[in-house]
Write a protein that binds this ligand. Structure first.
Ligand code: KG4
Ligand code: ZN
Length: 355
């Protein structure tokens, strides 16, 4: 059972964890959201500086909490792609330095493989291949997982990621950053059926629509139009902007479209289990709708534990332990990359280093 020290700094959370297989011995996250909230989104330069400040203490903390010293782990892992380059470099340099000093293997991890592995921190998965709906701030993908490291993308967003849509609509409604939790809080007391909003389909050049793909730009525009019209009424002496109903209606349509297309994809590909991961997987309405619909059609489901939906290092540790178990590690010269499709994650274990 390999023990891994894992580091994550790909966006705006600094995180460290010590994981033994898929058991978390200690996990710590230092969020920067308050700092970025002032600017309405992530400022890359600030993110890098905060990672530099936070990561050493986080490493000390997880070692103290788990009672495992760096010298005792079997490998050191860090997210190396995709993400903000300056931010990724912090965990990459720290991880490779520790690996070198302690003569341990270094495992570079693909951030989305980390999210995929977050579900393993919860109840065990049924045997066989399964479909994952991965919804984060940067990605919305339907991924068929056949075995560790064997991924096939069956669906994706053609424009904004689901989390990005939450963040932009929250800004439109004056709800602040990050938008997901803000919309969820506002939506709690709203009417999810008050406003009819579009489900955004993606046409195929040969006719018809991509059955498992997503588009959120039309929904965003529809929200903008609705808000402008309501603001016009408010100026003419009508009621104040119904933010709770707008937030609830938006959240409902996003949850419906994600769940409907995922269920259809799982059924069409004969996959008996649907898994939900990523920051947006923290959304209560989405979690409960997915469970209801799966139960109704006899599909098994798993959702990542709430604490491991948004960025964390425990999921990175599970992904690394899996790669280590496959006999893989990364060259110490491995750098970082802003972009890397999930299907190319095995390049992180090739010599010479992929980048
Ligand atoms: O996975 P994550 O932490 O970072 C990326 O890899 O992108 O996802 C962050 C995204 C943000 O867009 C945030 O608004 C969204 O996840 N999010 C939520 C909720 N909590 C976080 N979206 C909807 N409902 C939530 N409760
Ligand atoms: Zn993420």
């Amino acid at each position: 059972m390999p023990t891994v020290l894992a580091l994550e700094t790909s966006c705006d959370e600094s995180a460290a964890a010590i994981v033994r297989d898929s058991t978390v011995l200690a996990s710590a996250v230092a969020s920067q959201v308050e700092e970025h909230a002032r600017w309405g989104g992530v400022v890359p330069e600030i993110a890098s500086r905060r990672h530099v400040e936070a990561l050493p203490q986080l490493i000390e903390r997880v070692c103290a909490e788990s009672g495992v010293a760096v010298a005792e782990v079997d490998a050191i892992a860090a997210t190396v792609a995709p993400g903000l380059v300056g931010a990724l470099l912090v965990a990459s340099v720290s991880g490779r330095t520790l690996a070198r000093l302690h003569a341990k293997p270094f495992i570079g991890v693909h951030h989305l493989e980390g999210h995929l592995c977050s579900v393993q921190l919860g109840d065990p998965l049924p045997p066989g291949a399964y479909l994952v709906l991965l919804v984060s701030g940067g990605h919305t993908e339907l991924v068929k997982v056949e075995a560790p490291g064997r991924y096939e993308r069956l669906g994706r967003s053609h424009d904004d990621a689901a989390g990005e849509a939450f963040d932009k609509v929250a800004r439109l409604l004056g709800l602040g950053y990050p938008g997901g939790p803000a919309i969820q809080a506002a939506a709690e007391h709203g009417d999810p059926h008050r406003f009819a909003l579009p489900k955004g389909r993606v046409s195929r050049p040969e006719g018809g629509f991509h059955p498992y793909d997503f588009s959120f730009s039309g929904l965003k525009t529809a929200m903008l139009r609705q808000v402008r019209a309501l603001e016009g009424e408010a100026e003419a002496g009508g009621a104040a902007l119904p933010v709770t109903d707008l937030a609830a209606s938006f959240e409902q349509v996003v949850a419906e479209v994600l769940v409907e297309r995922s269920c259809r994809c799982a059924a069409d590909y004969g996959l008996g289990t649907l898994v939900l991961v990523g920051g947006v997987a923290a959304n209560r309405r989405l979690r409960s709708l997915l469970q209801q619909r799966c139960a109704a059609i006899g599909l098994q489901w798993r959702v990542a534990p709430l604490a491991y939906c948004t960025d964390n290092a425990a999921m990175v540790g599970v992904a690394a332990a899996q790669r280590l178990a496959m006999g893989l590690d990364s060259p110490l010269a491995l750098g970082v990359a802003a972009r890397l499709p999930l299907g190319e994650a095995q390049r992180l274990y090739e010599t010479p280093a992929a980048f």
